[in-house]
Structure formats: C-alpha cells, structure tokens
Design a protein around this ligand. Structure first.
Ligand code: NOJ
Length: 522
C-alpha cells in the first residue's frame, strides 16, 4: 500500500520541459527533470494525457488510446522515462479517460459514418434530445445541451463535456472490453496505474441524474479485478467530483478504486483561510464516511482545472467567487481559474499554511506542478490554460523551459520567471521549495501522516485547528492558526518539534498569526 505514504505530483508534460526546442514540453524533457523531482522528494507522478488529440480539451479528447502524440515523443521515450523514474523510486501514473473520446477518434468517425456501422453502438445515439433530462451540464459556459445533432445520420449523440467529446456507450460489451485492453497496453509498458478521468458518468439511465449508477460501479470493479489479477501493486485513482457519501462507493469493499480525490474538502480549505474558521472543513470531514483499510483519499489544493465549486452550496459558491475571483475573467464554469499563490495573495504564510493543512489531513497529498515554487497564472488565456503555463526553471525569458518559442505565453509581472523560478529557490535555503521539501521529508518519516486516525482537539478559538493523528503507537499533533492575530493553544506534555527536531515541554503555546506547528508526542 505504497500509495498511502506517497506524495503525489501532477504534471502537464506539455508545460514541464522541452528537450528539442519545438516549444512544447516532452517526455525526454521530463526525464531530464527527474533529479529535480527526486530532490523535491515526491514519490509518484501523475502525467496528464499524452495521447494523440486534436486538443479541444487539452488532451482529454483522445483520438488514439494506443499511441503517444509525437509532440511528446515515442513509446520508447515513455519506457525510458518510466525506467529512469523507477531507478529513483518514483512511480508514474497516467490519465485514463474512459468516459469519452475525441470526435476525431476512429471509433467515432466510423460510428457517425453510418447507422449500420459496427461502431454505431460504441457511442450513445438517440432520435430525440429529450432523453436523460435530469442530467446536469458540466461545461455550463459553453454547452447548452448534453446532446448534439449529427446531420449525416440524423440522430443526436450524447456528451457530458464538450460536443467534441462524444461519450462512449458502456452498455456495449465491446466498449467495456476495449477499455480493459487500453489499460493492459499501458500497464504492460510498466506504468504504475491510472488517474481515471470523469468516472461517475459512464452509464446513462432514464429517471436518474446519470451519475454514480450501480452499472458504473459494476464495470469499475471489473477493471479493478483485472488489475489485481495481472498487475498487483498498480493503482487506480478516482476522479469523481462528488460529495463524500457519493465518492464512498467508488472504494467499494476495497475492490474498486485504491484512491479517490477528496473534492469537497478543497474549497473548504480556502473558506477556512478567508473566514479564519475551520468550521466548514471540520463539518465536511465529519460527514466523510470511513473507507476500507486498503484505500486512501487524495488531497489537493489546486490542479489543472478551475478550482471547482461544484461541491458547495449556491450561496457558498457566490461567496467564494466574491472572495477569490473578484474579476469575472477569473471565473469559469462553476469555478475559479487561478493558481494557489495568487489565490492566497502571494502571502508566503498563507501558502505554507494551506500546504500544511494539505499534508496533515488524512490522505495522500498531491502537489500541482509549479505550486512548489509559488507560480502564478494568466487569466487572459483561453479556457483553463492560464494555470497550465510552462514550468519556470530559471530567470531567463523562456524560463529555461525551451530553447525555442514556448507554445503559450509565459507568466509576466510579479510571477514572471525573473521573480519565481526553480534555480533561485534551490539556492535559497528559506525558499518555498525548501519548505515543501522539508514537509515531504517529515511526512515520509512518519506513517501516521498517511495512515493515522484523526481526532479534533478542543481549542479556544474557531481559528485554531488542533488535530491528533495516531498510528502504530505513534501520535502526531498538528496545530494551525488560521487567524491573522496571535492565538494560544493549551497543550501539555513532552513533544518533539518535527521541524526543528528539538524536544519541547508544552503548556500554553503561543501561536503566531497564520502559523502551523507539527509535533510528535514523546
Ligand atoms: C476532468 C479533467 O480533469 C478535465 O480537465 C477535463 O476537461 C474533463 N475531465 C473532461 O475530460
């Protein structure tokens, strides 16, 4: 159960490092940066899609599941990357988009060519667009319906995302088998598992909201059984943007997903920081059901998408938009397209505090590339591209990302490569990079982070969060002061300060504004 103790790191290969000067990051570039990732200390990389794609949804519109887009390199490059990563004890998982393909996938081209095509059943076709009316639209800014009319064959096809991403029909046994074959292909190349994209939407049934259906779970269990049988030790990470009680079934009896993102805790961390109160966080974690022993939550602060506000109430969403996205350009769909550092006013204390919460809540943390150095965003860029800009390796104009012309504008202003870059932070012992590196080191030395029980301790203020995490005879205590004012916390006993490695006798603890404290009970 390596994934319980691992720190994950999400990478856009296109934006990470270009090895051949064409302006696009690639697999060889990423391989060159494994030493950096090893120095940071992360254990498992999640690579966003690298399959051939017309890029209408940044690669989540897959045109061929059995190849790598030539911009990123070759299958041999992937094998070399996996080998080099494994030599450094770094694992690699890839994105697997099961729910839909690109409309440029051969299956869809054949499916839409003729009603009698053997591939017709690969997708969801209908004479009417009135079916499944209880299904919400996800990309509300661009899509008016989940059905799109096909002129040639005079039927509608179903899609939960862009119209250029037709949903596969999982009622077809052929589709079910195809996707297991896809999984086999990549697992045979040596990757360590998948982040499974958009899994709640695999099946459609009239009279339901077409999410989290029993048929979906049944299929996912088949996928898991296939992995267990042939590839023990590889993992499936579930992307189900749902409330905890709806994500819970994706763990099954420990026979479905190994891991699942905890979506609802994420916006509540931002609420906590702004309100200086942990109440919403505590509520959602209390509402989170227990999961089987071989399962793990994956905790995150940001990713490549908008900071999603699907798992909050309409009032909370409005409040979050007012607080964190005052400029309408910062908003997209039901979320906020900004990166961690700008969201937190580029205030080092808030950024560290948020990361400390991420690391100390139950689950395994995932860091979004660039957030370890506090990269910025560009809200002028199309769709969610503003949080997918090139990694800033050094202070040169193209940030050491490419010797050519970058595929997209780099970040300017306060967050430009001259201000924010890896080279400078590696030289500076007090940099954000080194703080995160230290958090990772400490987490690795204590299994209670990934495996421990959670107890909320009494505090004298809603702004002070104190938790105990216990595992195998070890007790860790974490204290966070969300307030911009000093606070106190009553503790007593002998503790090891995990950051200084010094033993301290605690009684009345003074907490600086926006501070965090990691202790081990002695
Ligand atoms: C979730 C992915 O994270 C997102 O980037 C994508 O647009 C949708 N799934 C559709 O694949």
């Amino acid at each position: 159960m390596w994934y319980k103790d691992s720190v994950f790191y999400q990478i856009s290969v296109r934006a990470y490092k270009d090895s051949n000067g064409d302006g696009h990051g690639d697999l060889r570039g990423l391989t060159e940066k494994l030493d950096y990732l090893q120095t940071l200390g992360v254990d498992c990389l999640w690579l966003m899609p690298i399959y051939p794609s017309p890029l209408k949804d940044d690669g989540y519109d897959i045109a061929d599941y059995y190849a790598i887009d030539s911009t990123f390199g070759t299958l041999d490059d992937l094998k070399a990357l996996v080998k080099a990563a494994h030599e450094r004890n770094i694992r690699i998982i890839m994105d697997l988009a099961l729910n839909h393909t690109s409309d440029e996938h051969e299956w869809f081209k054949a499916s839409r060519s003729d009603k009698n095509s053997p591939f017709r059943e690969y997708y969801v076709w209908s004479d009417t667009d009135q079916k499944y009316q209880d299904t919400r639209i996800i990309f509300v800014d661009t899509e008016k319906s989940n059905w799109t009319w096909d002129e040639k064959t005079q039927q509608y096809y179903w899609h939960r995302f862009y119209a250029s991403q037709p949903d596969l029909n999982f009622d077809s046994p052929k589709v079910q088998e195809e996707m297991i074959n896809v999984a086999r292909f990549w697992l045979d190349l040596g990757i360590d598992g998948f982040r499974a994209d958009a899994v709640p939407y695999l099946f459609e049934r009239e009279g339901t909201n077409c999410e989290n259906l029993p048929e979906t779970h049944e299929y996912l269990k088949k996928l898991r059984a296939f992995i267990n049988e042939n590839y023990p030790d590889r993992i499936l990470l579930c992307e189900a943007n749902q409330y905890p009680e709806d994500v819970r079934p994706y763990f099954g009896d420990g026979d479905e997903f190994h891991m699942g993102f905890h979506f609802p805790i994420m916006p509540r961390i931002y609420m906590a920081l702004k309100k200086e109160s942990a109440e919403d966080m505590i509520q959602i974690l209390q509402r989170t059901p227990a999961i089987p022993e071989n399962c793990q939550w994956c905790m995150f602060l940001r990713n490549h998408d908008e900071l999603t506000l699907e798992m909050v109430t309409p009032d909370e969403r409005k409040w979050m938009w007012e607080q964190y996205a005052p400029d309408p350009r910062m908003r997209i769909n039901l979320g906020i397209r900004r990166r961690l550092a700008p969201l937190l006013d580029n205030d080092r204390r808030k950024i560290e505090l948020a990361n400390s919460l991420l690391f100390t809540l139950p689950g395994s943390p995932i860091i979004y590339y660039g957030d370890e150095i506090g990269m910025g965003d560009n809200i002028q860029l199309f769709d969610r591209n503003g949080v997918r800009t090139p990694m800033q390796w050094d202070s040169t104009p193209s940030a050491g990302f490419t010797s050519g012309t970058p595929f997209i504008d780099l970040i300017g202003g306060d967050f430009s490569p001259a201000q924010v870059n890896v080279a400078a932070q590696m030289k500076d012992a007090d940099s954000l990079f080194h703080t995160l590196q230290r958090m990772i080191q400490i987490r690795k030395a204590h299994h209670a982070f990934g495996r421990g029980t959670l107890t909320w301790l009494e505090t004298n203020s809603a702004a002070v969060i104190a938790t105990l995490r216990e595992h195998d005879g070890e007790t860790l205590m974490f204290i966070h002061n969300l307030s911009s004012q000093p606070q106190t916390f009553k503790a007593d006993g002998q503790y090891l300060n995990l950051f200084t490695n010094e033993s301290e006798t605690l009684n009345e603890l003074s907490l600086n504004p926006l501070s965090y404290h990691w202790y081990k009970k002695l």
